[in-house]
Design a protein around this ligand. Structure first.
Ligand code: ADP
Length: 574
């Protein structure tokens, strides 16, 4: 049972155990609510029928039973609270943490395929909705089912005819639910898509507010936003309407159940085949039996979406991870691309074709070529951001696809243009390079990376918060912080994307100084945009259309009078 729950509901072992406890508590609550009715039945039998099956009336039995019942009801509520509400929130936190942990380990190809708002929705919204479903609906659903079965069996001993006249509603309601669930699954996918579109529109507005204002696109943006909000409102209403219709149908079926019980019971009492007390017992029990079903109708919407939400989580959990050995024996630190083909998405055209070159240990290898030629892709593949489709990449002779990604990345410092900074102090942003670095070490490195001057001008120096993704800093300053991080990490291999040409001369000089500090004595693969910065590199690889067009030492290549020479000539003319 616990194993089944774990798998079915994507839960930890403890979560599944708590759910079992919650179901038990739910059944216990049903039973404790039913027992007073049984006592009432016994009392009526004893008062109205001298030769009843319970014997002579003894008030002490009722007093003791009332006290025991009081405790049992209290215990059932306590159990339900402790097994359902409290652990559900712990389980939800667990679920979010394990999803986040899984995401951390997933290869980047996953993020290329998946919409990030959708992933955020799974971790935040789906997990929250599951909290409600598992605290207010799932244990109650199982509990109601068990109580219905127990009550049906128990009452059939008193009168199976009246039992059937009352319980036929259960399979009828089940049928209604099954039919309704089919429609709900369809609408859930629609709701999620429309909601995603709306969230993206809101996000877009916040991120691009400057452009929207600068190009006077406010009206167009507002129109598009209200359109997506209305679309969401419409599908939500459709969903609510379907659940509403189902709830009304269930309420009608229950009333019909009461009616059939009254008809069958009255006829049987009139015929003398049933006693009036038995009939009253059935009538009094109707709210106890139908109550849990009616209570569940409130949560049908979340219950119906339960599977869809769980499936979204399961899909993340089932995504294949990149695995590999954690103690590779590298023979040196040269990186070798051997006839590499690569495509971002299966079925799409390859982005790299038959790429072969070696970035020797301790040397600087520059990747050059037109935009879209495959330079960034090549550099990222060297750190196993993705796995290649054909050929192989080796580090010190070891095929990197056999090495655990985290182990491999320990050897790399990566400085790309799309620098990611956190909304923390400058100090903490640099310290990401090496978590145990002291403040002095961070400041020393920051000086080498040419950060010192601009950091000292900030209101609180190294302790200044730099806003979301370093929004309070210039592009050049952000790049220098990321170089400082890489310097602090002091990894033997550097992957470097040169800053864009949009930097001013002063920033550019400072970044060049910082870079020269960073690459000293390291194995470096640099994506170069300006030809003059690569005159002194050891090896140049020209990538065009995903193929190696030419490669060699700068002087050697220049003599070939090929693509590289043309690039140098064009840039020096400018
Ligand atoms: P470069 O760095 O030389 O400008 P890239 O390696 O960035 O070239 O891109 C090579 C090709 O791969 C381009 O056609 C680009 O559109 C495509 N590409 C880059 N990143 C992705 C991605 N994440 N998903 C799909 N295609 C991509």
């Amino acid at each position: 049972m616990i194993k089944y729950f774990q798998k079915r509901f994507v839960m930890s072992r403890k979560g599944a155990k708590d759910l079992t406890g919650g179901i038990f508590a739910s059944v216990l609550m049903g039973i404790t609510t039913g027992i007073p009715v049984g006592m009432l039945y016994m009392l009526m039998q004893q008062l109205m029928n001298p030769d009843n099956r319970f014997g002579a009336l003894d008030w002490r039995v009722y007093v003791v039973s009332a006290v025991v019942m009081g405790f049992a009801i209290f215990w059932a509520y306590y159990l339900q609270y402790n097994n359902t509400y409290v652990p559900v929130y712990n389980e939800s936190a667990e679920r979010r943490i394990s999803l986040a942990e899984r995401l951390r380990k997933l290869p980047l190809s996953f993020f290329g395929r998946k919409n990030m708002s959708d992933v955020t929705n799974i971790i935040l919204q789906d997990a929250t909705d599951l909290e409600i479903t598992f605290s207010h609906a799932v244990p109650q659903l199982f509990g109601a089912f068990i109580i219905l079965v127990l009550a049906a069996i128990g009452l059939s001993f008193i009168s199976w005819q009246m039992m059937l006249s009352m319980f036929w509603v259960a399979p009828a309601i089940l049928l209604l639910i099954i039919i309704s669930k089919k429609f709900q699954n369809r609408i859930f996918a629609k709701i999620m898509n429309v909601k995603l579109a709306m969230n993206e529109k809101i996000q877009e507005g916040m991120e691009q507010i400057q452009e929207i204002k600068a190009y006077s696109c406010e009206q167009r943006y507002i129109d598009e936003l209200s359109e997506s909000i209305h679309a969401y409102e419409k599908v939500q209403l459709q969903d609510e309407l379907k659940v509403g219709i189902l709830n009304q149908l269930i309420a009608a079926v229950i009333k019909l159940g009461l009616l059939t019980l009254i008809i069958v019971g009255s006829i049987r009492v009139a015929q003398g085949t049933e006693t009036i007390t038995d009939f009253i017992l059935f009538l009094v029990l109707t709210p106890v039996i139908y109550g849990p079903i009616l209570a569940l109708t409130e949560h049908f919407s979340t219950l119906f979406h339960l599977d869809a939400r769980l499936n979204r989580m399961k899909r993340i959990n089932n995504e294949p991870l990149q695995h590999g050995i954690e103690n590779p024996k590298y023979n040196g630190l040269s990186i070798c691309f051997d006839k590499v083909d690569f495509t971002y998405n299966e079925g799409n055209a390859a982005v790299l074709h038959d790429v072969s070159f070696t970035a020797n240990e301790g040397e600087v290898t520059a990747l050059v070529g037109p935009s879209g030629g495959g330079k960034s892709t090549t550099a990222k593949l060297a750190a196993r951001f993705w796995d290649v489709n054909k050929g192989k990449i080796t580090l010190g002779g070891v095929d990197i696809s056999t090495v655990d990604p985290e182990t491999l990345l320990k050897n790399f410092s990566i400085v790309f243009q799309d620098v990611v900074l956190f909304n923390a102090s400058v100090m903490e942003n640099i310290r990401i390079g090496r978590k145990d670095a002291t403040d002095e070490e961070v400041m020393h490195i920051a000086r080498l990376a040419q950060c010192d001057e601009f950091v000292n001008k900030l209101p609180e120096g190294y302790q200044t918060l730099i806003g979301e993704n370093g929004s309070t800093l210039s592009g050049g300053e952000r790049q220098r912080i990321s170089i400082a991080r890489a310097l602090l990490k002091d990894a033997p291999i550097i992957l470097l994307d040169e800053a864009t040409a949009s930097l001013d001369a002063e920033n550019e000089t400072k970044i060049q100084l910082a870079i020269s500090e960073l690459v000293r004595g390291k194995t470096v693969i640099v994506i170069a945009h300006r030809m003059r910065t690569i005159i002194n590199v050891d090896h140049i690889v020209v990538l065009k259309g995903g193929r190696v067009e030419e490669q060699g030492a700068p002087a050697e290549l220049f003599d070939q009078n090929g693509h590289y020479t043309r690039m140098v000539r064009t840039q020096t003319k400018i």
